[in-house]
Every structure is written in structure tokens, then in C-alpha cells.
Design a binder for this molecule. Structure first.
Ligand code: ADP
Ligand code: MG
Length: 399
């Protein structure tokens, strides 16, 4: 991995102004956040900068105001939640540049925190306007990016600022980049990738990138049906993208050429209706699915075999559940494989990295979220990274 600077590379920053990009786009209900995970994630960076005596200016977006001030999308709405998590009072500053920001910096003491308003109120943010970035940068001595989840966007606060100030990765960004590098950048081999979820079409780029990088590609979830159909299996009423069978076959060919073994389920859990514990549910071989049945989970024999594959691997990267895990008992394969991965991780033989909205929910449901080496909550940025794309916010830190 080409290198980036971290907070360890900062010299004496007493009284210096740190512009810190964080993710404060919290899910809200009735005026307060329903989940403060994103604030917890950036807390170490913020407090470390405070302890080192910087004046910390937090820079974030909140909602999609599309370049205009919007009374319901001010970052002041999350001020209380941020103060609570940090255990510190912060000063809300209703601008991102100009005299109000300058005066506020004058009032802040070393170790204090200011919260700038929603950076997406200004069109220069999403346009990554260099003049806009320069205007913000004029207030800071250095820039810290601790928002990996926004790193797939080339915006002024996520990318542009790095060209105008000395740039550093915050602690959350640093941890994320190290984990992702350990998973796909320079992983210990053999590497297994689990790719599941609903559709092949949303993860084509992920699959194409992975076949060239991993030794085992484990395909589950709804997308396995498309691959099975491509292999001539009658998948009945299953969720299946029949128009993508050629694509699926091409990916299998690419895998063959690259020496990557593709694992498809050979037994499955099927039902005639999609409901919890439906009476029509049964386990069968993939060749025995009848025309009125749907495949809703990977079967027990396949799960056991996949567990054995993981036992031979040193690294696992996982995106997408193995079945329709929100509905019992179609969470069985996902939970079982997640527990196997967690146990191997705890035993020290496996480095396990997972990400994706539903994947994080599934691992939490399995009770193993904290047992993986790293679980990314970054959503879009995580998927783009799995697609092998350079993330502008990360690339700017490497420069
Ligand atoms: P992530 O958010 O982790 O990237 P996806 O959004 O791609 O994951 O996929 C998750 C969804 O896939 C879940 O809602 C799950 O119910 C669905 N799913 C998984 N397997 C099946 C299946 N066999 N049939 C229908 N839906 C499935
Ligand atoms: Mg999803």
C-alpha cells in the first residue's frame, strides 16, 4: 500500500487549527440520532487532536441539501448527540468559511471543538470547486480525513482540501485502510471471498475484481441463483436474473483462467411461499428444485463444505448474506458461516473483513460483528473498494 500520513506524523499542534472531515450523517428520529456509531468511530481522532492542543473544526455533510441552505439539514441538529458521545461541549459555527469562522476560531481555546455547518449547503462542495476548498483551507493549519464512508466521492471536503493543506488520515480512516489492505491489497493467502445478497447486477464489478484476486469465490444469496441458472439448473420461482446468465458464465470462465475456484451451493433451502417458517419449506439438491419453489438459503451440506474451505484460508472478505436472512429460518446459512469465520478469526488462523449494509446487519444478527477482524460500515465506499476502484478521498491522502 502506498503510504499516507497519520496523526503520528503531526508535530507540535498546540493552538493550530485542524480541519477534520467526519461522517455525522446520522439517522435521525424526532430531533435526535437513533444510532451514533459514526460519532463513536471518529471520537478517538477528535479527542486525540484536542489532547494535543489543536483547535478542532469538524466538517461534515448532513442529508442532501443540493448546494443550498436548508433549515432542516443543519449540522446543528447533531450537535447534542456529538457532545454526548465526546463528553465535551462544542461550539456550533453556522458557516464553513469567512469572518464568522475566523471570529469563532479566535474564541476557541487550544483543545476546543467547533462544528461547522453542513458543507453541502454550498455548491462548491459536491462540485469539488478548488476555490471553495481554498476558502475553507484558509482557516486551517492542516486537514484530517476521518470519513472513509465519504471517500468514494471527490468533493471539496473529502478530496479537494487535501490539495491545499498538509493532509492526514484520522484514526478511523487509518484502521479502515489497514484492514482493507490486509483483506485485498496485500493479503495473506489463500484468500476467500464470500459474495452474496440479492442480485448479480449490483455486484458485477465486485465479482470481476475478485476473481482476479482471490483463490476461492463463494457465491451465495439470490445471486447464486443466477449462476446456478447459467449452469443449467432449473431454479424455479427463485429470484434470478435470467438475462445475466451469459455474464455469470463469463465470470466463471474468468475465474477458471485466474485459478480461482467458484463455489456454488449444491444443496439449498426452498419454499413455495416467502414467509417465516413456511410449511412448504424443504432442503434439497439444487437439481431437485421444482418449478413452483424458491431458493431462499444455502443448504446445510454446502455450508459445512464452505466452512471447510474457510479453514484452509488465511484471509476472508465478505459482502452480502447467503440467504434471505431477515426471515427465519433463512438466516441459517449466513449465521452458521459467520460463526465459523468468527471462530477461525478468534483462533488466529483467519483475517476476516466484512462490509455492506445488510451484511453488517446479518453479522450483528449472528452475534459475531465484534469477532471479525474488521467490519466496515462504510456502505458505498466499501463496495467501490471491493470493485477495485481508487477512492478519490483515499488517493488524495496518498499524494
Ligand atoms: P449488502 O447490503 O450487504 O451489500 P445486498 O443488499 O446485496 O447486501 O443483499 C441483501 C439482500 O439480499 C437481503 O435483503 C436478503 O434478504 C437478500 N437475499 C439473499 N439471499 C436471497 C435469496 N435467495 N432470495 C431472495 N433474496 C435474497
Ligand atoms: Mg443492501
Amino acid at each position: 500500500m502506498s503510504s499516507f500520513k497519520t496523526l503520528d506524523d503531526l508535530g507540535d499542534i498546540t493552538g493550530k487549527v485542524a480541519l477534520v472531515r467526519v461522517d455525522l450523517n446520522l439517522p435521525m428520529k424526532g430531533g435526535s440520532a437513533t444510532d451514533v456509531t459514526r460519532v463513536e468511530a471518529v471520537k478517538p481522532t477528535i479527542l486525540e487532536l484536542c489532547e494535543k492542543g489543536a483547535k478542532v473544526l469538524l466538517l461534515a455533510h448532513f442529508g442532501r441539501p443540493k448546494g443550498q441552505r436548508h433549515s432542516t439539514m443543519s449540522t446543528s441538529f447533531v450537535q447534542g448527540d456529538v457532545e454526548e458521545v465526546l463528553g465535551k461541549e462544542i461550539m456550533f459555527i453556522p458557516e464553513v468559511m469567512g469572518p464568522v469562522v475566523e471570529q469563532s476560531i479566535g474564541i476557541l481555546s487550544a483543545g476546543d471543538i467547533g462544528l461547522l455547518d453542513n458543507v453541502r449547503f454550498w455548491p462548491g462542495e459536491e462540485a469539488n470547486d478548488p476555490e471553495f476548498a481554498k476558502g475553507i483551507a484558509a482557516h486551517g493549519d492542516f486537514y484530517v480525513n476521518d470519513a472513509f464512508s465519504a471517500a468514494h466521492r471527490a468533493h471539496a471536503s473529502t478530496e479537494g482540501l487535501a490539495h491545499h493543506l498538509p493532509a492526514y488520515a484520522g484514526r478511523a480512516m487509518e484502521a479502515e485502510l489497514k484492514a482493507l489492505d490486509a483483506a485485498l491489497g496485500s493479503p495473506e493467502q489463500p484468500v476467500a471471498a464470500v459474495v452474496g445478497g440479492a442480485k448479480v447486477s449490483t455486484k458485477l464489478d465486485v465479482l470481476e475484481n475478485l476473481v482476479g484476486k482471490v483463490q476461492h469465490l463463494i457465491i451465495g444469496g439470490g445471486m447464486a441463483n443466477t449462476f446456478l441458472a447459467a449452469r443449467g439448473v432449473d431454479v424455479g420461482k427463485s429470484l434470478c436474473e435470467h438475462d445475466l446468465t451469459d455474464t455469470a458464465n463469463r465470470i466463471i470462465d474468468q475465474a477458471d483462467h485466474a485459478g480461482c475456484t467458484v463455489h456454488l451451493p449444491y444443496d439449498v433451502v426452498v419454499a413455495k411461499e416467502f414467509a417465516a417458517n413456511p410449511p412448504s419449506m424443504r432442503i434439497c439438491n439444487v437439481h431437485e428444485v421444482s418449478s413452483d419453489e424458491m431458493i431462499l438459503d444455502v443448504g446445510p451440506q454446502a455450508v459445512e463444505a464452505l466452512g471447510d474451505v474457510l479453514k484452509t484460508c488465511r484471509t476472508l472478505v465478505w459482502n452480502g448474506p447467503m440467504g434471505a436472512f431477515e426471515t427465519e429460518p433463512f438466516d441459517t446459512a449466513t449465521v452458521a458461516l459467520a460463526k465459523t469465520a468468527a471462530a477461525l478469526t478468534e483462533g488466529g488462523s483467519l483475517t476476516s473483513v466484512a462490509g455492506g449494509g445488510d451484511t453488517v446487519a446479518a453479522l450483528a444478527h449472528a452475534g459475531v460483528k465484534d469477532d471479525f477482524t474488521f467490519v466496515s460500515t462504510a456502505g458505498g465506499a466499501f463496495l467501490e473498494w471491493m470493485e477495485g476502484k481508487a477512492l478519490p478521498g483515499v488517493a488524495a491522502l496518498m499524494a
